[in-house]
Design a protein around this ligand. Sequence first.
Ligand SMILES: Cc1cc2nc3c(=O)[nH]c(=O)nc-3n(C[C@H](O)[C@H](O)[C@H](O)COP(=O)(O)OP(=O)(O)OC[C@H]3O[C@@H](n4cnc5c(N)ncnc54)[C@H](O)[C@@H]3O)c2cc1C
Ligand SMILES: NC(=O)c1ccc[n+]([C@@H]2O[C@H](COP(=O)([O-])OP(=O)(O)OC[C@H]3O[C@@H](n4cnc5c(N)ncnc54)[C@H](O)[C@@H]3O)[C@@H](O)[C@H]2O)c1
Length: 468
Amino acid sequence: MTTSSTKTQHYRAIILGAGQAGKPLALALAEAGWKTALVERKYLGGTCINYGCTPTKTLIASAEVAQLARRAAEYGVRTGPVEVDYQAVKRRKDELVAQFRKGVEESLEAAENLTIIRGEASFMGPKQIEVQRPEQGTLSLSADCLFIDCGTSPAAPALDGLDTVAWLTSTSVMELDELPEHLLILGGGYIGLEFGQLFRRLGSRVTIIQKGPQLLENEDADVADCLADILQEEGIDLLLNTQAKRVQRSESGQVVLHLSQDGQTRQRTGSHLLVATGSTPNTAALRLAEAGIEVDEKGYINVNDQLETTQPGVYALGDIKGGPAFTHISYDDYRVVSQHLLKKGPATIKDRQVPYTVFTDPQLGRVGLSEKEARDRKLNILLARLPVKSVARALETSRTAGLMKVVIDADSEQILGAAILGAEGGEIMSMIQIAMLGQLPYSRLRDAVLAHPTWAESLNTLFTSLEN
Ligand SMILES: Cc1cc2nc3c(=O)[nH]c(=O)nc-3n(C[C@H](O)[C@H](O)[C@H](O)COP(=O)(O)OP(=O)(O)OC[C@H]3O[C@@H](n4cnc5c(N)ncnc54)[C@H](O)[C@@H]3O)c2cc1C
Ligand SMILES: NC(=O)c1ccc[n+]([C@@H]2O[C@H](COP(=O)([O-])OP(=O)(O)OC[C@H]3O[C@@H](n4cnc5c(N)ncnc54)[C@H](O)[C@@H]3O)[C@@H](O)[C@H]2O)c1
């Protein structure tokens, strides 16, 4: 249902942003009988479905097939030369995104008590907003409760000359109709690595420039270095400890990056530049100060453990509140808010687990403390460590790259964290996460009977030899 009116319309709940928290929250509140409005300025489903997880993981799947086909001879299979039809790869991705988006639109449009309003929202007062609708003028709305799920956008670093080149974001790089010939990537985080490897495997030359001494700056150095070796073996040009000083477009239309590495001047020239140096919250349009909603120094909205902002009755969910920026965290924010408001049950974001997976190949599955974090906290720990090449399943399937590492509390035998860099690393990490949820001591996994030859069985071996 679409609405149009000039006087202020009142709702029990208004949700700003139809992302990974906003969509399920709108459905839950409406189903509970709350008169609810959902305001979205672009696509229903938000980042994950439209420009995040869904399109990237679909492209990554095509890149994995290309890579496996190239390695076919290792398995004794002849394929002939491997060719990538990038238009077909892109079409497959676009079709899946359209399918997911349609599913979201249909479920929201079918809901009773829910009004979908297309336009950009701004606060006019603590519980009052204005929506700028394309070609329909503004709409004035008020509500008893407001929920902000407006997400983030790619951030642009302060880089001399950036405005003179047509640089790409994680969104616009997926709109290219042709493969970049040589993709320069600024940033060695999640986006830089996932795009870097997928474009390399699809046939581009790729250079990744990371300002710090390792990729994935928050991970343990041994894990990050192992992943760096794997990417370099695939032909990715990796520059660590490298600062971008300025960028310019050459006469032939190439992008020229002027760099500094360990005091040495360097240069890289490519056909395209992808900037993947982090995100910034979508707070500018919201005029949060009008509602007395406080933000931190980076502009992320301050919330308490029930996700209420400094304005009572106004909540912030998902990436816009800062902290871990993952789809499953946004979804859990929805769970916390809906349990708190609808079931009046105890619900908090305090001390929740934050698992995540970097979808390189091999994947990096992570949960809990890293070794560095545990040592910084001066915890008495044991480490379980296993190179993936020691796992039977890895050898049988020729997927031997990576390492597994688990941090254990030496006194209680409880698992404190895990980094699984290996094939299906996200799934193996999730098994360890479930053991952590159930507070199983590591020895239960070491001694468990696990089917041979699965990836899961590697847990027996992983926990057999421990180091301090
Ligand atoms: C390339 C990429 C890959 C990713 N891959 C993964 C992954 O594999 N796994 C994972 O867990 N996470 C991944 N993420 C992160 C994940 O997509 C986000 O954490 C998640 O989508 C955040 O959801 P959200 O609830 O904060 O809101 P979002 O999904 O960001 O939605 C916010 C919505 O608010 C709308 N909006 C903004 N301002 C206004 C306004 N003023 N008025 C009205 N509407 C407004 C926006 O249009 C948008 O639709 C990825 C992100 C990117 C960019
Ligand atoms: N698989 C996933 O879960 C997934 C995938 C993609 C994105 N995401 C989400 O998207 C968010 C944004 O991803 P991202 O990769 O843009 O950010 P990020 O913060 O993960 O990584 C940015 C990287 O860029 C580096 N950097 C910053 N400024 C630089 C500069 N001027 N030159 C060179 N390097 C520089 C940083 O050191 C850092 O390593 C992530 O925080 C993540 O939560 C998640």
